[in-house]
Every structure is written in structure tokens, then in C-alpha cells.
Design a binder for this molecule. Structure first.
Ligand SMILES: CC(C)(COP(=O)(O)OP(=O)(O)OC[C@H]1O[C@@H](n2cnc3c(N)ncnc32)[C@H](O)[C@@H]1OP(=O)(O)O)[C@@H](O)C(=O)NCCC(=O)NCCS
Length: 199
């Protein structure tokens, strides 16, 4: 089966997705233009003091890059108002990279991310991915604690002139990759990575 067909069929199985919290919270896939328009409306309320270098890539190269699999997901409340987002893309054929996510402050700390993430990962695994990566500012405690609780490990740190310092994290589907990660990088005196809750 062509990947595009598999993608459409799998999306139909997983989306729109019901989320916990107030009744009627959903996550749905949209196209890139809708995503950009909707996220622009709430971006400044989620990231109040973003300090990023302008990102103006070469148009032809950007178009080529956009041909890789990507996901644009809007989180909406029961009135259909956009209150958050998740966007990610293929990093390599093994790996899905969670590029950006955010919730308006009044929708945080209600378990939306902790319960939505395992379901989203099930979707990614069904598509064939074997790892998920993310990057976070070293002071973004909420994001990194959430990722650790969901079973991520620290993979590295990037110093990028566009985004500043970023801690890279990785999640593995299946015990084989996790065991190999721990064989190569583990410390005997520390406990092994716990299985994430509910998995
Ligand atoms: C990161 C973010 C998406 C988390 O979403 P959320 O739905 O609020 O997270 P949850 O309520 O599911 O929390 C899950 C766990 O994460 C941890 N966590 C969440 N917020 C936290 C905070 N402010 N401080 C410390 N830990 C936190 C907790 O361990 C929590 O579990 P617990 O409630 O059982 O203690 C949200 O805080 C957000 O939108 N932040 C601003 C944008 C952002 O930083 N995006 C990520 C960029 S990489």
C-alpha cells in the first residue's frame, strides 16, 4: 500500500480524537494553511516572550522539505475555539519529530498532554515509526517533566543560532531500541528507564 493511502486510512481511525477535560475537547488534523492561520491567532498567548531568529528559508528548498510526512493538529474546546496545537514531521524513516506544541494557559495542567500523547503515539506507531523525538529549551521544565513521565530519555543538546539552546529527547516504541539505548548509554548504578504509565 502506498504511504499516502495508509496515512489517510490511519488518520480516519484516530482523528478527530476526543480529549479529557471539559466536555467536547477534540484534536483534529488540518492542512498547513489552516494550521498557520489558527495558530498565529493564539501563539503570543502561549509563548509570551519567544526569542527566535527570523526563519525565512529558500522557497524552493522549503517546498521540497514539505513533501515529507507531517502532521498539523489543532486542539479545540467544545465551542470549536482553538486552544492549542501539535505540529510534527518525519525526521528520518524511523523517527517522527514533535516540532511544536502548546496550550493556552487556562487549558494547562488538566492532563490534556499526558493523556493525548499516548494516543497520538499509537497513531505514529501504526504509521510505522519506531522513535519520536522532541526538543525543549533547558528551562522548559513543564515540557521536559511531561516527556520524562511519558517515557522519553535525554538524547542530546543542540546549540542552534535560530532557536537557542535545545535539549533533545527521544521515545522508543518497543523494548529492543530502549534496551540498546541503555546498553550503550546507561549507568549501572541508576535504575533503568521506567515503562511509561499506562503503556
Ligand atoms: C508543555 C504543555 C503542552 C504541557 O501540557 P499540559 O496538558 O499542561 O500537561 P499535563 O497537564 O498533561 O501534565 C502532565 C505532567 O507534566 C508535568 N507538568 C505539567 N506542567 C508542569 C509544570 N508547570 N511544572 C512542572 N511539571 C509540569 C507534570 O508532571 C504533569 O503530571 P502531573 O499533573 O501528574 O503532575 C503545556 O504546559 C504548554 O502548553 N506549555 C507552554 C508551551 C510549551 O512549552 N510547549 C512545549 C514546547 S517544547
Amino acid at each position: 500500500m502506498e504511504f499516502q493511502q495508509k496515512l489517510e486510512e490511519t488518520r480516519d481511525l484516530f482523528f478527530p480524537a476526543r480529549l479529557p477535560g471539559e466536555a467536547g475537547m477534540t484534536a483534529r488534523n488540518v492542512d498547513a494553511d489552516t494550521f498557520r492561520k489558527e495558530v498565529t491567532e493564539i501563539y503570543a498567548a502561549v509563548f509570551t516572550d519567544r526569542d527566535a531568529h527570523p526563519y525565512n528559508p529558500n522557497e524552493e528548498l522549503a517546498a521540497e522539505y514539505r513533501t515529507l510526512h507531517r502532521e498539523h493538529i489543532l486542539i479545540e474546546n467544545s465551542r470549536g475555539e482553538v486552544v492549542g496545537w501539535v505540529r510534527g514531521r518525519m525526521e528520518d524513516p524511523d523517527t517522527f519529530y514533535l516540532g511544536t506544541s502548546g496550550l493556552l494557559p487556562e487549558y494547562r495542567a488538566q492532563g490534556l498532554a499526558a493523556t493525548g500523547m499516548p494516543r497520538f503515539f499509537e497513531y505514529l506507531h501504526t504509521l510505522g515509526y519506531e522513535r519520536v523525538t522532541s526538543q525543549h529549551h533547558p528551562h522548559n521544565r513543564a515540557a521536559m517533566i511531561l516527556q520524562l513521565k511519558c517515557g522519553f530519555s535525554f538524547e542530546g543538546i543542540n546549540l542552534d543560532e535560530r532557536w537557542g539552546p535545545m535539549v533533545k529527547m527521544v521515545f522508543f516504541f518497543g523494548d529492543g531500541r530502549r534496551a540498546e539505548f541503555e546498553r550503550r548509554f546507561g549507568f549501572e548504578q541508576y535504575p533503568k528507564t521506567p515503562q511509561p504509565a499506562g503503556r
